[in-house]
Unconditional design. Sequence first.
Length: 124
Amino acid sequence: MKSIQAVSPAILGLFILISACATTPQPPTAEMTRAQAEIAQAQSAGAREFATEYLNESMAKMEQAEAENAKGNSALAARLVEESYADAHLAQVSAQSAKSARVAEDVDRSIQTLQHEENRSNTP
């Protein structure tokens, strides 16, 4: 009977150890690829010119995530990858918005120029 009681804590300890190993987060490899693709799309959208701060934040967080992943800190790496993705997406949307605003300003100037020319030609 005593041998069974002595073995029970050992089995419980082994079970806890195995459970802890099973819950170790996996490296965020797929998420990193997705975030890097989002960074590339942001750059293509003009984020380097129109949303530099967001793009730089995204790239810095990706570098931190890669460093943490190399250290085996998958949980922190995953969080940084998510933040990098969000910053890259924000950079992309901000760049597209800024480009659209620039196009709208150009259209407004063209309309004003046409109105000015029309007024000039109608003057006797």
